[in-house]
Design a protein around this ligand. Structure first.
Ligand code: HEC
Ligand code: HEC
Ligand code: HEC
Ligand code: HEC
Ligand code: HEC
Ligand code: HEC
Ligand code: HEC
Ligand code: HEC
Ligand code: HEC
Ligand code: HEC
Length: 456
């Protein structure tokens, strides 16, 4: 049979030729598709389209998502889960995959297969990509919740495009928005006593060696007097962390040749693992996490100071290597790079005007870090600074529990976070919108008491 095409008549030979072209084109096409996924650094023209706001820094690391060029949807799914699975679990995702593999809800995924992340978050398609990498029309909640007005008369007449866009619900994270939580916090005063904040702010350190005062740098190293002075007054010297702890190459013999001039974040990580984990998980460190060169200010998609364009992101972006000035890390460093209205307006906000109570260091102050890098308590009880500044950024209701509610009521904070102009002014003044979630929860609770049968 194989010889047929070569001995065939005119039209058949033409057909065979076409076959060859088709076969070659297919192979080339397949290679074009797959090759960039197999090599470490593909040329830019292979990128099918720019990736979303969340991923642009790693878009040339194709293998981070397409970890197997020949795999299908499951490969992408497991990549998404490997980077985002824990954070969705931690916020008790309202729509986890398990909800839709449950036979009771099987009919719901006929319209929209919510088991797979890429149903709602495709990549390389900037034209249809909305806020938070969502590639669904805003009213997609309709597909599964058409009957909400029947179950909850209070929702009658509300548009499905408002469910997730007006500060009432999120698709994944409803930790501060579910009904019992709203009820529990319904009668708080707008501003709380600030005492609650102090406990959370108190720094707790984890390792104490005897303090050192004599520097162990080799004599050949030419250090400016400030370096010695800064180090001597730092928490590091007090905790027994000497020059060699950061500068000695652990692989080499202890002499001047083993001096590492510019220790990188991996050195800090050897003692500060939790801070490093956070740093690598967010926008400041996500490139380093993929083994790519550090992110630079020049490559940012958000407003930055032009004269900082050359700066690279590392632990030292906010902490000078020998002195550890908290105020510098928490405000001054940030405003040296970031330059949006929100950032510029911070200095004139009521928060920036709050002053520290000298009797309680760390009290009553609100810095950039209070909101974007809040202190969190680890399962072992240790308090650390969350170094992933994206962990509570979007949707911004993530800030309610861990930040605003330390000082404000839930209802006031929901309103403030739903007001884009107020975020732009960095919270100068009262919210101009009111989100009735708390009122609705209270109303429903009252009715439940009056007409229990309706609500069982
Ligand atoms: C952050 C994760 C991520 C990175 C990084 C990434 N992709 Fe994709 N890619 C996706 C997703 C998600 C899809 C959509 C899959 C779908 O629609 O089922 C996709 C689709 C594709 C497709 C199919 C065509 C299309 O437009 O739907 C190609 C080809 C592709 N990517 C190539 C690349 C190459 C080449 C790189 C690196 C230069 C890359 N991707 C980097 C997530 C990523
Ligand atoms: C290599 C790790 C990695 C992989 C793989 C990955 N992401 Fe991400 N993703 C990140 C990081 C880091 C960010 C930016 C920080 C943040 O917003 O949490 C991000 C941001 C996002 C955002 C935007 C959040 C925002 O506020 O704008 C969404 C949505 C998202 N990822 C979904 C996905 C989906 C869906 C997949 C699978 C197709 C995926 N990611 C694959 C690391 C990853
Ligand atoms: C049915 C649609 C849908 C599916 C499926 C979906 N998401 Fe989302 N995702 C959204 C919407 C809508 C948002 C916007 C914020 C919100 O409403 O919670 C979002 C926001 C996000 C964010 C940023 C905000 C946050 O809460 O961290 C991440 C990260 C994310 N999704 C990851 C994933 C991953 C990973 C999967 C798969 C396991 C997935 N999503 C599946 C609709 C979806
Ligand atoms: C693919 C189907 C599907 C889509 C799309 C969907 N949901 Fe759901 N949702 C469910 C299911 C199933 C439940 C479980 C309760 C039930 O059976 O109604 C649920 C429950 C909820 C809950 C209660 C959560 C809890 O923890 O008890 C909220 C709030 C919610 N959805 C909001 C939304 C919003 C907002 C959107 C759109 C951004 C949306 N849903 C889109 C299927 C879906
Ligand atoms: C906590 C870790 C750490 C400790 C402890 C430390 N250094 Fe450094 N040092 C660094 C880092 C990180 C850099 C690189 C800064 C850069 O590249 O911008 C650096 C840079 C230097 C430099 C060159 C740049 C400059 O600032 O002049 C000298 C010299 C130096 N260190 C000397 C010392 C001496 C002497 C000691 C002990 C008294 C010491 N260091 C202790 C982390 C440390
Ligand atoms: C050999 C272990 C070790 C290394 C390496 C190390 N640190 Fe530390 N660091 C400590 C200890 C222990 C403390 C606690 C000091 C205290 O109790 O005040 C500390 C404290 C700190 C503090 C808080 C200081 C204060 O005064 O509040 C910062 C910030 C810090 N380290 C950053 C870094 C950075 C950045 C690097 C890398 C350049 C680094 N550390 C490398 C052990 C280390
Ligand atoms: C050396 C410059 C530099 C310093 C210092 C710095 N940042 Fe950033 N920051 C960046 C860059 C670059 C990005 C990534 C922007 C992008 O991917 O478009 C970023 C991202 C962010 C994001 C995420 C924005 C988004 O849309 O996802 C937040 C929030 C943020 N920084 C807050 C801070 C805070 C708070 C501080 C101080 C504690 C700080 N930054 C210090 C350069 C810096
Ligand atoms: C975007 C700025 C920024 C970057 C980058 C950064 N930090 Fe921090 N760091 C801070 C701020 C702000 C604080 C808290 C200051 C305060 O309010 O006490 C802090 C506090 C700390 C502390 C003391 C509190 C605690 O959590 O125990 C350590 C240790 C620390 N950082 C280590 C690191 C290490 C290691 C890296 C790199 C992996 C790093 N930081 C990168 C801003 C930053
Ligand atoms: C009271 C809390 C609060 C304070 C203080 C605060 N922010 Fe924000 N920040 C927010 C909220 C809320 C958003 C909006 C998140 C969203 O909805 O997308 C935001 C957004 C951002 C963004 C991303 C959008 C943009 O404007 O580029 C950056 C970067 C940022 N803040 C940096 C800073 C810096 C730097 C400071 C200090 C000068 C600061 N923030 C002070 C709450 C705060
Ligand atoms: C450490 C406590 C603290 C935290 C955390 C905090 N605030 Fe505040 N906030 C205050 C105090 C105190 C004032 C009053 C300042 C004044 O009146 O001078 C204030 C003022 C405000 C105002 C202005 C009110 C007015 O009448 O002008 C708004 C809006 C606001 N905060 C919103 C927020 C939001 C949203 C968050 C969370 C992202 C937040 N705050 C986190 C303590 C805090």
């Amino acid at each position: 049979m194989g010889g047929r095409s070569s001995t065939g008549t005119g039209p058949q030979r033409g057909l065979a030729w076409l076959w060859c072209v088709w076969a070659v084109a297919t192979v080339v096409g397949l290679l074009w598709f797959v090759w960039p996924l197999l090599v470490d650094e593909p040329p830019e023209q292979f990128l099918p389209g720019p990736t979303s706001h969340g991923h642009h820094q790693i878009e040339m690391a194709c293998g981070a998502c397409h970890s197997d060029a020949f795999g299908g949807g499951e490969v992408l799914q497991s990549a998404c889960i490997s980077c985002h699975g824990d954070e969705l679990k931690a916020v008790r995702d309202s729509h986890p995959k398990a909800k839709f593999t449950n036979p009771r809800n099987a009919d719901r995924i006929e319209q929209l297969d919510a088991r797979y992340c890429v149903t709602c978050h495709v990549e390389h398609q900037p034209d249809k990509t909305e806020h938070m990498g969502v590639t669904m029309p805003e009213d997609f909640c309709y597909e599964c919740h058409q009957d909400v007005a029947e179950v909850r008369p209070s929702h009658d007449g509300m548009g499905f495009d408002t469910c997730a866009s007006s500060g009432c619900h999120n698709f994944h994270d409803n930790q501060a928005l579910y009904e019992d939580f709203l009820l529990e916090h319904a009668s708080e005063p707008m501003f709380k006593e600030v005492a609650a904040i102090v406990a959370k702010n108190a720094p707790q350190y984890h390792r104490q060696l005897p303090p050192v005062t004599v520097a162990d740098a080799p004599a050949q190293i030419d250090s400016a007097p400030e370096v010695l002075n800064d180090w001597q007054h730092s928490g590091h010297a007090q905790a027994g962390v000497n020059c060699s702890s950061c500068h000695a190459d652990p692989e080499a013999a202890a002499d001047a040749l083993s001096w590492v001039a510019s220790p990188d974040h991996t050195v800090c990580a050897s003692c500060h693992s939790e801070e490093s984990r956070g740093f690598l998980a967010g926008k400041h460190g996500m490139r380093l996490a993929q083994g790519l060169p550090a992110m630079t200010v020049a490559e940012a998609r958000i407003p930055m100071h032009a004269d900082s364009a050359h700066l690279e992101l590392s632990c030292n972006s906010c902490h000078s290597p020998h002195a550890f000035d908290v105020r510098r890390a928490a405000v001054d460093s940030c405003v040296g790079c970031h330059n949006s209205n929100h950032v510029q307006n911070f200095a004139n906000s009521p928060h920036a005007g709050l002053t520290e109570n000298p009797a309680q260091p760390g009290s009553e102050q609100v810095t950039c870090a209070t909101c974007h890098m809040p202190r969190t308590t680890l399962p072992n009880g240790r308090v650390v600074v969350e170094h992933n500044q994206n962990a509570n950024l979007r949707p911004n209701e993530k800030m309610l529990r861990g930040v605003c509610m330390n000082c404000h009521s839930l209802s006031f904070s929901i309103d403030a976070l739903a007001d884009p102009a107020l975020i732009d002014s960095n919270f100068k003044g009262r919210p101009s919108v009111h989100i009735p979630s708390v009122d609705m929860a209270v109303e429903r609770d009252k009715n439940r008491a009056v007409k229990p049968s309706l609500y069982n």
